[in-house]
Design a protein around this ligand. Structure first.
Ligand SMILES: [Zn+2]
Length: 180
């Protein structure tokens, strides 16, 4: 196993999480798993055409780490194309750049709170305390929990406490689930 890695910031989930060659049953296919951080590296470097420096900055990782991720992603995608394998996109150690969504069960108002700012106490519209994490928001957090062993990676990540993320970052999904 590689050493624990720090969560990478990504923009959102890929549109589609599974690709396979047409006409071949899944059971006959080898499957390659592209982690979500690898997907994001491809999106930034190859699709948006960013330089590695800029892309690494967006993911809040070093240029060296970005280079390693994007190289690994290229190898996997090449393997898929050359050998006709199936490709699944999931997991990896990621931190969603998106915000946490809350919903008021009294008035139906939905709003977002940036990660690291704590759970709101009342609905900003009607003042009700009957508020909960929005369901579709929890779905988006799935990548965090599937990232086998992602919990181990949190300890050594001093870089996580920078700027906008605050000390709460990374623990968001777990804490949110317990608190509602
Ligand atoms: Zn309300």
């Amino acid at each position: 196993m590689p050493r624990p890695r720090c969560p990478r910031r990504i923009r959102g989930n890929p549109e589609s999480a599974y690709f396979k060659p047409r006409g071949i049953p899944l059971i006959d296919l080898d499957e390659i798993i592209l982690t979500i951080d690898e997907f994001e590296a491809i999106r930034l470097a190859d699709f948006e055409g960013l330089y590695q420096e800029g892309a690494a900055e967006k993911m809040q990782i070093s240029r060296q780490t970005f280079g390693r991720i994007v190289e690994s992603a290229h190898k996997k995608i090449a393997d898929v194309l050359v050998n006709g394998k199936a490709l699944r996109i999931e997991g990896g150690i990621i931190k969603m750049a998106s915000e946490r969504k809350f919903k008021c069960y009294d008035c139906g108002h939905e709003w977002q709170v940036p990660h690291g700012t704590g759970r709101p106490n009342v609905c900003p519209k009607c003042g009700s305390k009957n508020i909960h994490r929005s369901e579709d928001d929890r779905g988006h957090a799935r990548g965090n929990r599937q990232g086998g062993g992602s919990g181990q990676g949190r300890r050594g990540c001093g870089g996580m406490s920078r700027g906008d993320s605050g000390g709460d970052s990374g623990r968001g999904p777990g804490r949110g689930r317990g608190g509602v």
